[in-house]
Ligand binder design. Structure first.
Ligand code: S3P
Length: 428
């Protein structure tokens, strides 16, 4: 679907309650199913990705009820799942695929995992290889979907240094380690989002952490819980970017997740001289806060590999901010961007260049020199089917007074179906 985009001059004013966190919504379904008893997750994210996780567990015989805002799961435990009647369709969702490959690696029946064209190009060897060394049985071509999972009664414990900084890989291995015949040790390269660890504890389980090493003991007893999913900081980042870049803006984003493993974007905008303040902080199973964002003149920044995991999903927005910042912004150590829903180093560079941005593509990042006015050099912008590229371009168009058409605009449904509506509601 193509969309004609709203352009400037505009500013953002008002309050926006951003939808629930995507990573936490996926995990709420997974833990809810693995636990005994009922789980209710309020402010759940009903986006295409999370619906694929719900669909998979329904296909595995789990009773899941939904309202407009919440989801209730009748937990069955890991031994209570039923053989699905057809393939488990993961759609576009890397998180569903990787986490479920771990979670379902010791079941008494076979399963087929399938996904869309983009997901079928993304690397799954990063979870299949360590899971196979635990004794899980897969058939896959060149480490990609479709994957056949064979029935398997035992998993060996794992001692593993995860070679890629990935919370998806870590989470898949935690789920498998919970079902292994002994204690597992997993060591991360860099700290990545810890929602799985937090939710495991919240559901009554435990794991120990020492530096970057996690120790996971198997056969834990998990009990269903009630929770409220925090607002997604990755979705909030689109409004933070728009308010920062549009003169006169002032927006309030209540109840946004502020887990330290997810606030890389806030820190980077701070380093770039942005004007974001946290008005109220609450500590729960995940910390949250109300964010106030005002317009600011940004300056360039240098971002290196240690900072990447906490900002991985917001790098398209860092690039957009950098086009409006004074000076040079360098992003390096971000080669993981090449294996996201699209090769984001390439799609960011291509699309922002069409608007006149000065971006140099590097194998592991970008060098962006600003400020450059954004305008319609070529009016055919394209999300390439990537939700975060689509939303970044919708924000970028607000900086120009030209006409823009965005191809494949409906990619936003993957993580934020009402994004454009919510953006327009803040425009003044
Ligand atoms: C996610 C982890 C990140 C992130 C993705 C969601 C998760 O992927 O990019 O959008 O929920 O664990 P990687 O861990 O593979 O970097």
């Amino acid at each position: 679907m193509d969309k004609t985009l709203q352009t400037g001059p505009v500013q953002l004013q008002g309050t926006c309650l951003v939808p629930g966190d995507k990573s936490i919504s996926h995990r709420a379904i997974m833990f809810g199913a693995m636990a005994k008893g009922q789980t209710t997750a309020k402010h759940f994210l009903f986006s295409e990705d999370c619906l694929h996780t719900i669909g998979a567990f329904k296909a595995l015989g789990v009773n899941i009820q939904t309202t407009t805002d919440s989801v209730t799961i009748d937990g069955v435990g890991l031994d209570g799942l039923k053989p699905p009647k057809g393939p488990l369709d993961m759609g576009n969702s890397g998180t569903s695929t990787r986490l479920l490959l771990g979670l379902l690696s010791r079941q008494a029946f076979d399963m087929d995992f399938i996904g869309d064209a983009s997901l079928s190009k993304r690397p799954m060897g990063r979870v299949l290889d360590p899971l196979a060394s635990m004794g899980a049985k897969f058939t896959a071509t060149a480490g990609h979907l479709p994957v056949q999972v064979a029935a398997n009664a035992h998993l060996k414990p794992l001692d593993y240094h995860i070679p890629v900084a990935s919370a998806q890989v870590k989470s898949a291995l935690i789920f498998a380690a919970l079902q292994a015949d002994g204690v597992s040790h997993l060591t991360e390269k860099l700290a990545t989002r810890d929602h799985t660890e937090r939710m495991l504890r919240y559901f009554g389980g435990d794991l120990t952490t020492a530096g970057l090493t996690l120790t996971v003991t198997p056969k834990q007893h998990l009990t269903g819980q009630d929770l409220t999913v925090p607002g997604d900081p990755s979705s909030a980042a689109f409004f933070i970017t728009a308010a920062t870049l549009l003169a006169g803006s002032d927006v309030l984003l209540p109840n946004v997740g502020l887990n330290t493993t997810r606030i890389g974007f806030l820190n980077i905008i701070g380093q770039m001289n942005g004007a974001i303040s946290v008005e109220k902080m609450t500590e729960g199973f995940e910390p949250t806060g109300d964010l106030r964002v005002k317009h600011a003149q940004l300056t360039g920044v240098t971002i290196t590999k240690e900072a990447i995991p906490a900002v991985i999903d917001e790098l398209p927005l860092v690039a957009l901010c950098a086009t409006q910042a004074q000076g040079v912004t360098t992003i390096s150590g971000a080669e993981e961007l090449r294996v996201k829903e699209t090769d984001r180093i390439s799609t960011i560079t291509q699309e922002l260049r069409k608007m006149g941005a000065n971006i140099e593509e590097k194998p592991d990042g970008m060098i962006i020199t600003g400020p450059t006015p954004l305008h319609a050099v070529d009016t055919n912008l394209d999300s390439h089917g990537d939700h975060r590229i689509a939303m970044m371009l919708m924000v970028a168009a607000l900086l120009s007074q030209d006409h823009f058409k965005l191809q494949n605009a409906d990619a936003v449904n993957v993580s934020y179906p009402k994004f454009y509506e919510d953006l327009l509601a803040l425009i003044y």
